[in-house]
Design a protein around this ligand. Sequence first.
Ligand SMILES: CC(=O)SCCNC(=O)CCNC(=O)[C@H](O)C(C)(C)COP(=O)(O)OP(=O)(O)OC[C@H]1O[C@@H](n2cnc3c(N)ncnc32)[C@H](O)[C@@H]1OP(=O)(O)O
Length: 401
Amino acid sequence: MALTLRTLTPDDLHDFQRVVDAAFLNDVREDRLDRYGDLFEPGRTHAVFDGDEMVGGGGVQTREMTVPGGGPQPVAAVTSVVVKPDHRRRGVLTRVMRGQLDDLRDGGEAVAALWASEAAIYGRFGYGLAAEFARLSVPKNAAFHPGVSLGGARVREVPRDEAMPHMRDVYEALRPSRTGWLSRNDAQWGHHFADEEHDRGGLSAYKYVKHPEGYAVYRVKQDWQERGPRGELHVREIAALTPEAYAALYRHLLDMDLIGELKFFTASDDPVLHLLADVRLALRSRSDSLWVRLVDVDRALAQRRYGSDVDVVLAVSDGFCPWNAGRVRLTVKGGEATAQRVDDDPDVELDVQALGAAYLGGTRLTSLARAQRVREITPGSLNALSHAFLGDHEPHCPEVF
Ligand SMILES: CC(=O)SCCNC(=O)CCNC(=O)[C@H](O)C(C)(C)COP(=O)(O)OP(=O)(O)OC[C@H]1O[C@@H](n2cnc3c(N)ncnc32)[C@H](O)[C@@H]1OP(=O)(O)O
């Protein structure tokens, strides 16, 4: 099989959408081929061809992602990585990853990030598990601890048209300080809150809650049982500028009549757990969310800030992007970092995958060392480095892209 790789032209977008549908086992809807067109950037979307047939591909969205202390920074948001079911395990994905990362090296973003459909796929390409999300389920009427203030502002259910501009303002105000949050253009806002019948998975249309300092968006699954209604309220997104607004929005959702339970996915350190008087009422599980790849280790390391001063030489290995391999001195003074290539003896040895995992401050380098993914050479250097990488909150990406 002679495989070739190239980026798309706008004329290829329908074919690419068909490959996406085939790969994700979706029904191909010819009338909906334009639907995601504005999410793909043809010049940044690679496709692999077997002769004339497009058999796989993968895209990059040009976005920003907030990094610890460094605010929003450019990120290559990798999306729609797909191979047709009859062309798998023949290296098509590997060709796409090669093309993407080579292009990024050439003046692109220093960091790439993605959500993985399966967790075993991307480690080999240098992506590390950088963030987790929590799945929470909280019963209706769960009480808050007695010190909680809901403030005095009114919470209102409003139409989508009224909610959207307010949501965008709140999101933008929060984004610079929320590690893992992404910039969203109009198309991405529209896609994230797409609300046609088949987007709903059997649930209601979105309902929008507005607080002067926050918002929540949810769907409902009705469930009329013999003992009374036990509907499910699925929170799509909740964001608030103040603790009072946050508590008021949750109180509104938790006290909704006809509902038995609130279900949502959120940051693994979501304060909602600590709002509850009885934390065990919240059933919770965690899973991987963002996978991060440092495309240019030196630039990426200098792009974020750190929690404490440190001066260590890292011996970095990188099998897939060998330009990153070598010794880098990371020096942090007052939170600001420089990363310079040196010949000095290394203090810590690690793979680029481990650096990607630690990058957002959500995965401790000390844990990675216990998992034999990081090796301390100079005693004490690992603890110092691990501590410096931690952020003041867990990274979270509220949007699967
Ligand atoms: C960011 C995102 O878009 S995530 C979405 C990813 N896409 C999907 O899940 C859609 C369904 N799956 C697919 O389209 C394909 O199976 C893909 C894209 C996951 C893999 O594509 P392939 O062309 O089969 O991968 P390729 O042949 O290049 O495999 C490279 C290596 O990864 C391994 N690999 C590929 N897919 C998987 C997987 N799902 N689980 C574990 N290992 C995998 C291969 O075994 C191979 O290993 P080797 O180098 O040791 O031989």
